[in-house]
Ligand binder design. Structure first.
Ligand code: 5GP
Ligand code: MN
Length: 338
């Protein structure tokens, strides 16, 4: 409770808050940032959100006035709000490396730095940390934090419906629709948000049923032609090359969920999706059972994350990706998981 009191106290005489979230922002990043912004605004704060690059279009309903600042497109605006920030609230990431060039700006800011997150092994560069790796999502951490803040200071306005919609979105997406990383608190929160009046079907529809036809065709192609299953390695594999991106008119967010598909195959315990980008290959990893993709990613893919959902980057030609992946599994099983 002391940390909660410290945070309340910190906010008492601070007016300008900047919320930062991670590169390739997902439902939890945008949900937790917009939910927290709503709560803080209800309590008289001036709040800006800055993310390193664009969020996918399907999350636009959480930012209807397009107020979120994208550092890549508008570095001046990002620098301006950060230079005037009293508090920098870092949400849904555990290391300043996860926000690319924005990290240097955050480091330079004179504002107090507060972390709200659920990733393993958070970096120790924050004045106050609310880190709960057992939580399903940053939205879950933020939601229960707000409840404790309001309990500690009854003069605070509690969260409203819009904040509830934001927090439910991250809860739903980071758990892959309540399939992974759920604990009793996760459902308790979902239940309380339903009681608050959120329309869960509307959120579900906006997030999972707003894809373009090309994306659905691409998903069919990925399953039918692209996915490889390696029974001996207990692994599934997909690779999106630049050529494929062009063929299916690929946009950010189109591959959301692809990495989970191979995990539905019996016997597969780790699944990888590799996406060719400019100068690197983006890595997305998922697992079931005891396989730690966090460890795998830290060791071989320059990244990290959670035990069953992690990501990273590699810098090798696309033609070598499959072999590199199978090799990493072999090494992981023979060394790291021993
Ligand atoms: P996704 O596969 O959805 O891109 O990422 C899954 C999880 O892996 C994210 O929630 C994040 O925790 C982690 N992750 C993704 N990319 C990176 C990365 O480049 N570095 C690190 N450290 N973690 C990542
Ligand atoms: Mn998250």
């Amino acid at each position: 409770m002391d940390k909660v009191k410290d945070f309340n106290l910190l906010l008492t005489d601070k007016e300008r808050i900047v919320i930062i979230s991670h590169v390739n922002p997902d439902g939890d990043a945008i949900g937790s940032a917009t939910g927290m912004k709503k709560f803080l605004e209800s309590n008289g704060k001036v709040v800006d959100i800055v993310v390193p690059n664009k969020y996918p279009q399907f999350l636009g309903f959480l930012d209807p006035m397009s107020k979120i600042i994208t550092y890549k497109d508008n570095p001046e605006a990002a620098a301006k709000v950060l230079s005037g920030a009293d508090v920098v609230l870092c949400m849904d990431f555990n290391s300043l490396k996860r926000i690319d060039d924005l990290g240097a700006l955050v480091e330079r800011s004179n504002g107090a730095k507060v972390l709200i997150d659920h990733h393993l092994q958070p970096e120790n560069s924050f004045d106050i940390m609310f880190s709960d790796p057992g939580a399903s999502s940053t939205c879950e951490v933020a939601y229960f934090l707000i409840k404790r803040m309001v309990m500690a200071d009854r003069s605070l306005a509690s969260l409203d419906l819009d904040a509830g919609i934001s927090f439910y979105t991250g809860l739903m997406t980071d758990t892959n629709n309540f399939a992974n990383s759920v604990r009793p608190e996760t459902f308790r929160m979902a239940c309380e948000l339903l009681e608050l009046g959120i329309d869960k079907e509307d959120i579900q529809f906006k997030v999972y049923s707003g894809f373009r036809e090309e994306r659905m065709r691409m998903m069919g192609y990925m399953l039918y032609e692209n996915m490889k299953v390696f029974p001996q390695s207990k692994a599934g594999f997909m690779l999106i090359t630049k050529e494929l991106k062009e063929r299916f008119d690929f946009r950010d967010g189109d591959s959301e969920g692809f990495v989970n598909l191979a995990l539905n195959v019996a016997g597969v315990e780790v699944s990888a999706l590799f996406t060719e980008a400019d100068g690197y290959i983006k890595v997305s990893l998922r697992s079931k059972g005891d396989f730690s993709v966090n460890k795998l990613s830290r060791a071989f893919f320059n990244g990290g994350g959670h035990e069953r959902a992690a990501g990273g980057k590699i810098y090798i030609p696309v033609s070598e990706v499959e072999e590199y992946f199978l090799d990493s599994l072999e090494k992981y099983r023979h060394t790291i998981c021993k």
